[in-house]
Design a protein around this ligand. Structure first.
Ligand code: SF4
Ligand code: SF4
Length: 423
C-alpha cells in the first residue's frame, strides 16, 4: 500500500499503487436539477458502443431514479453497508477544517481501500472493499423509475391536493445520471490481478485492455460505482471508454477539435458539461480560473463528487437537486452539499452565465469569457437579493476557436395564433 493524497477527502489515504496523475484529466459536471430522465444519453451510448451480442444488459451510461432505483440494484446502499460494517459509526467528516485543497473538510472514516484489509475471504484480503452483484441485480436497469418517496402518501383513486415548495419537498425523487468516473484512484484498476486496466497519462481515461483481461470480474467487485461490466460472449469485462476517439479530436464532426462524449452531446436537458482539466503533480487541479469545470468545482463549488467517501476520487461532479431533503444529499455528496445547493438556488452573475455553456456545442470548451450586459430585473429569493443581467458568455475550444456565444436571457418565440403547430 502507498500513501496518496485525496483532495476530495482533505487527507492522505492508502492505495495499492504509487500515485500517478495525467497532464489533463477527463472530468464532467452533471446538473441534476435539469435531468428529465429521458434516457437520450443512455441510448446514445448504447447505439454507439454496446449494441452487440453479449452486451444486452450492458449500460455504460444509465439514469436511475433515486432513492429507490439503481443499476445494478442497490449498488450504493450495499457498498455503504459494507463500509458501515467495517467501521461502525465511524464514517463521518470533520467539516470544520476547510482549505483550498480540502474544500469539503476532512473525511475521518475509512475508504474502500482502507476498509478492505478487514474483509478477508478465503482468497485473502480484497484490494478494495466490494461485492459482486448478482445476475438479477444487473437484469433490469430501470426498476423504480419515477417512484417517489416522502411523508405524504397519496390515496388510491384520489388526486393529491397538497403542494410542494422549496427549499425542500416532502415527497420527492430525482434522476441520477451515471457513467464511469474515470477515477484518479480507480478501484477497478487496483483490483485487477492481470494488470489489464490502465489510466492514460494524456487524459486520465481508464481503459480495460481486452487482450489481457481474463474476465475474473475483480474490477466489477471492486468498483464502488459498479461501472465495470462483464460480457459473457467474450468472457471479458468492459466499461465506458469516455468516447476516447472524440476526446482525441478524431471524430470528423469536430473538425479536429476535441469533442464531448456521445452521452454529453446527446443530452436533451443540457445537464452535462465535460472537459479536460489541468492537473498539478500532487493530483490537485491546477488553477485555471476561466475553465468552466474549474470554476464550477473549485470557485463556485456548486458541483460535488458522488460518494467521495468511497475514496476513488471520482472525476464526475454533480450539482445536487435543490428540492431533495439535505440529509439524503449529504450522504451522497458529502459536506459541501448545503453550500452548493444554496449557491445554485441563488446564483450570482458569473454562475448564471457559466450555466449557459451546458449543452450549447458538442465540441469541448477549454475557456470562457463573459461580456457584461444590462440588468434585466431584480427580486428576492427566500429573503436574499437576486439580480439577473443579460450577460454574454463566450466559450473557446482548445486552439482558441470560438465555439459558443450565447446570452443569459433565453429567446422567447411566440407562435402565430393562425398556425398553432408551427414556429
Ligand atoms: S468508476 Fe469504477 S470503473 Fe470507473 S474508473 Fe472508477 S473504479 Fe474504475
Ligand atoms: S439525456 Fe440528459 S436529460 Fe435526458 S436522461 Fe440523460 S442526462 Fe438526463
Amino acid at each position: 500500500m502507498s500513501n496518496v493524497y485525496n483532495w476530495q477527502l482533505g487527507r492522505e489515504m492508502e492505495f495499492p499503487y504509487e500515485a500517478a496523475y495525467p497532464d489533463r484529466q477527463f472530468a464532467f459536471v452533471f446538473n441534476l436539477n435539469r435531468c428529465i430522465g429521458c434516457q437520450s444519453c443512455t441510448m446514445a451510448c448504447k447505439s454507439t458502443w454496446t449494441f452487440s451480442k453479449g452486451q444486452e444488459n450492458m449500460w455504460w451510461n444509465n439514469v436511475e431514479t433515486k432513492p429507490y432505483g439503481g443499476y445494478p440494484h442497490h449498488w450504493d446502499v450495499k457498498t455503504l453497508d459494507l463500509l458501515e460494517q467495517a467501521n461502525p459509526g465511524g464514517q463521518v467528516w470533520n467539516d470544520t477544517r476547510r482549505d483550498l485543497k480540502g474544500p469539503y473538510g476532512e473525511f475521518k472514516g475509512k475508504t474502500i481501500f482502507e476498509a478492505a484489509r478487514t474483509n478477508i475471504s478465503p482468497e485473502g484480503a480484497q484490494k478494495a472493499l466490494g461485492y459482486l452483484p448478482t445476475d438479477e441485480e444487473w437484469a433490469a436497469p430501470n426498476r423504480f423509475e419515477d417512484n417517489p418517496t416522502g411523508a405524504q402518501k397519496g390515496q388510491k383513486g384520489q388526486y393529491f391536493t397538497g403542494g410542494e415548495a422549496l427549499p425542500q419537498h416532502k415527497t420527492w425523487f430525482f434522476y441520477l445520471a451515471r457513467i464511469c468516473n474515470h477515477c484518479s484512484y480507480p478501484a477497478c484498476l487496483a483490483a485487477c490481478p492481470r494488470n489489464a486496466i490502465y489510466k492514460r497519462p494524456e487524459d486520465g481515461i481508464v481503459l480495460i485492455d481486452q487482450e489481457r483481461c481474463r474476465g475474473y470480474r475483480k474490477c466489477m467487485e471492486a468498483c464502488p460505482y459498479k461501472k465495470s461490466l462483464y460480457r459473457g460472449t467474450t468472457r471479458t469485462s468492459e466499461k465506458c471508454i469516455a468516447c476516447f476517439p472524440r476526446i482525441e479530436g478524431r471524430d470528423p464532426q469536430g473538425g479536429g477539435l476535441p469533442m464531448q462524449t456521445r452521452c454529453m452531446a446527446a443530452c436533451i436537458g443540457h445537464i452535462r458539461l465535460q472537459g479536460l482539466v489541468q492537473m498539478n503533480s500532487d493530483g490537485t487541479w491546477k488553477e485555471d480560473r476561466y475553465h468552466p469545470l474549474y470554476y464550477l468545482v473549485h470557485v463556485a463549488k456548486v458541483a460535488l463528487p458522488l460518494y467521495p467517501q468511497f475514496g476513488t476520487e471520482p472525476n464526475g461532479y454533480y450539482i445536487p437537486p435543490r428540492w431533495v431533503p439535505r440529509p439524503y444529499l449529504r450522504q451522497m455528496f458529502g459536506p459541501g452539499t448545503d453550500a452548493a445547493v444554496e449557491a445554485y438556488s441563488n446564483p450570482d452573475r458569473e454562475l448564471l452565465a457559466v450555466m449557459q455553456l451546458f449543452g450549447k456545442d458538442a465540441r469541448m470548451c477549454f475557456r470562457y469569457e463573459i461580456k457584461e450586459g444590462p440588468k434585466l430585473f431584480e427580486t428576492t429569493i427566500r429573503g436574499k437579493k437576486f439580480a439577473m443581467y443579460n450577460d454574454t458568455v463566450i466559450g473557446y475550444a482548445r486552439d482558441g476557436t470560438k465555439i459558443i456565444e450565447t446570452n443569459v436571457e433565453e429567446p422567447v418565440h411566440v407562435r402565430s395564433s393562425q398556425h398553432a403547430n408551427s414556429i
